[in-house]
Design a protein around this ligand. Structure first.
Ligand code: GTP
Length: 597
């Protein structure tokens, strides 16, 4: 097929602005949907795991559209993950396209991720077509949306298409705009084969399936592909497109979006953003923008029941197969037993993985406080990366500790300005500038330590703004900071699961909070037990556990020795279930309760 009749585009939007509904409408309109229904039924019959692997990652789809100019166009619609944690993945999906539909909910207007995604699209030189969606809503405010388009995104208001994915308004206009305004595939006449990997999937029968956009040349089964970042070579077993089900083709050619099955068996060997070429005539220059993705947020994940360890291990292994950005390795903790140290792109990524372990793999887990990756400079030695507070070297040997920062753009109603500014200050952030979005909303651009937004920043933002605030962030640079490791000691013994790296000024407050919580949760003990928060040898906070002596045999006066023995046995059994920290026995769920909030 003639490359000039191909269009590759994606839909970008803030969450819930109607991406899925609109995509469905496009599939229906181009009659791709009947096949979609068939595929769903077909999938039901397949191995359950396989079905899940595919449906969780939505994939691109190829549609045929007979345009008003009389030509039939091949439209490849790509899916993009919507959240900031995946902004590199979003940028790779965008790099595989020439244009993007930018959806704006007519009732909500432009929000943080609308702006972030639009900027990503502009930076990839994509043609951005603005679509004001959900215009059927009684609360739709077209005037506000078009004003925001001009003021915030610098897009002329007259370019906006008015649509409703729900009632089908504007679908024709959108398809015509895709054909007329988005340019045909670029760089198709490059002398070598080059394809961009924008996603990959693990299939237990076929190994790794790479999703790729071919820019130039072609890829055919029987040939050998070569990954340009690592030089890895592999025989191509099958190529095809998504209709939306995977449909085999004799080759993938310039402009095509499709999948490649090769002899690669491990998703870790093929990275999003890498360029595929052929090993017989390799290209010399990669497609632009490749970055190795590195996890930014780490936490320990432990099974609630220690005999679920193997089950958890298997679950992590399976998740890893489909998600090269997720990493894990085994670790053990005095308080929590055997578990794993896991790394994620960001908080949302962490939540998704934890949720999938619980739901899909049916393992109850507890996770430790999330931590970022610190750059630690020991005196006279090279920098080391520390993602687990327990691993921080002795403070006396450290010259400097640097922590990662983020650049956040926070959209809020202007009535919340004061409270949000206090929140940013409390979190050690600075407000770099303030922009007025419209009569009632403003955008703050802030720099914050990543560590400070890990736990409750987004929740507090939402509660202060009654749900009207939204935030997006990108990673900034590393900055030196006065950070210390704080340990929690129970009866003098440190409890590893509670060690954290905190800013020195915040140590006391945080230490007190943790000690109070623990003193509340740990049941009364037979002797006096101190709970302390300490930095090095300095205690910064202290609480005592209540003392109580419980004589279970007290009620058994008289000579019933068997009853007495039974009670003592029972008490012993109860003790075995406790975790021993030094001489103090603590019910395991005490840790869980503290870590939970
Ligand atoms: P995420 O995948 O979570 O980012 O959401 P999305 O952007 O794909 O949005 P989705 O299509 O799931 O729609 C979100 C909600 O808006 C759903 O409740 C839809 O029914 C509703 N919705 C989507 N499009 C329209 C529309 O045109 N009009 C109205 N009234 N509601 C819509």
């Amino acid at each position: 097929m003639d490359v000039s009749l191909t269009r590759n585009f994606c839909i970008i939007a803030h969450v819930d602005h109607g991406k899925t509904t609109l995509s469905d409408r496009l599939l229906e309109h181009t009659r791709t949907v009947e096949q979609r229904v068939l595929t769903a039924q077909h999938l039901d019959a397949m191995d359950l795991e396989r079905e899940r692997g595919i449906t969780i990652k939505s994939h691109p789809v190829t549609m045929n559209y007979p345009a008003k100019d009389g030509h039939v166009y091949k439209l490849n619609l790509m899916d993009t993950p919507g959240h900031v944690d995946f902004s590199y993945e979003v940028s790779r999906s965008l790099a595989a396209c020439e244009g993007a539909l930018l959806l704006i909910d007519a009732a909500q207007g432009v929000e943080a991720q609308t702006v972030a995604n639009a900027h990503l699209a502009f930076s990839q030189n994509l043609k951005v077509i603005p679509v004001i969606n959900k215009i059927d809503l009684p609360s739709a405010n077209l005037e506000l949306c078009t004003q925001q388009l001009e003021d915030i995104l610098m897009i002329p208001a007259e370019e906006a298409i008015l649509a409703s994915g729900k009632s089908g308004i504007g679908i024709d206009d959108i398809l015509e705009a895709v054909v007329k305004q988005i340019p045909p595939p670029r760089w198709h006449d490059h002398p070598h084969t080059r394809a961009l990997v924008f996603d990959s999937l693990y299939d237990s029968y076929r190994g790794v399936i790479a999703y790729a956009r071919v820019f130039s040349g072609s890829l055919k089964p029987g040939e050998h592909l070569q990954l340009m970042s690592t030089g890895l070579k592999s025989e191509i077993k099958e190529v095809g497109v998504f209709t939306p089900k995977m449909t085999k083709k004799p080759s993938l050619d310039a402009g095509d979006v499709g999948y490649i099955v090769s002899t690669i068996k491990d998703t870790a060997e093929i990275n999003t953003g890498d360029t595929i070429t052929t090993s017989i005539r390799p290209a010399t220059e990669m497609l632009p923008g490749y970055q190795e993705v590195r996890p930014m947020v780490f936490c320990g994940i432990y099974p609630l029941e220690s005999n679920d360890y193997e089950k958890l291990k298997a679950a992590l292994g399976r998740l890893r197969l489909n998600d090269a950005a997720f990493v894990y390795q085994s670790e053990s903790s005095l308080a929590l037993g055997f578990g794993f140290r896991c790394g994620f792109l960001g908080l949302l990524h962490m939540e998704i993985i934890q949720e999938r372990i619980r739901r899909e793999h049916d393992v109850d887990i507890i996770s430790t406080y999330p931590s970022v990756v610190y750059h630690v400079y020991p005196a006279g030695k090279d920098m080391i990366e520390v993602d687990n507070p327990v691993m921080l070297p002795d403070p006396s040997s450290i010259d400097e500790i640097h922590e990662p920062t983020i650049k956040a753009s926070i959209h809020i109603p202007n009535t919340s300005m004061g409270d949000i500014m206090s929140l940013v200050m409390e979190k050690r952030g600075t407000i770099d500038h303030t922009d007025t979005l419209d009569a009632s909303r403003i955008m703050l651009t802030c720099t914050l330590p990543l560590n400070e937004i890990l736990v409750d920043f987004n929740d507090r933002l939402k509660s202060i703004t009654r749900g009207y605030g939204s935030m997006d962030y990108e990673l900034g640079d590393y900055r030196e900071s006065d950070l210390v490791k704080m340990d929690i000691l129970i009866n003098g013994d440190p409890v590893d699961a509670f060690s954290t790296i905190v800013h020195r000024e915040k140590a006391q407050g945080k230490g007190r909070e943790l000690c109070e919580k623990l003193a509340d949760i740990i049941p009364p003990q037979m002797f006096k037990v101190a709970i302390q928060a300490a930095i090095g040898g300095n205690v910064v906070a202290r609480e005592n556990v209540r003392v109580m002596r419980k004589d279970v045999t007290a009620k058994c006066y008289g000579g019933d020795i068997t009853r007495k023995r039974k009670l003592l046995e029972k008490q012993k059994e109860g003790k075995r279930k406790m975790k021993l920290i030094g001489k103090v026995s603590i019910p395991p769920d005490a840790f869980i309760q503290v870590l939970k909030n």
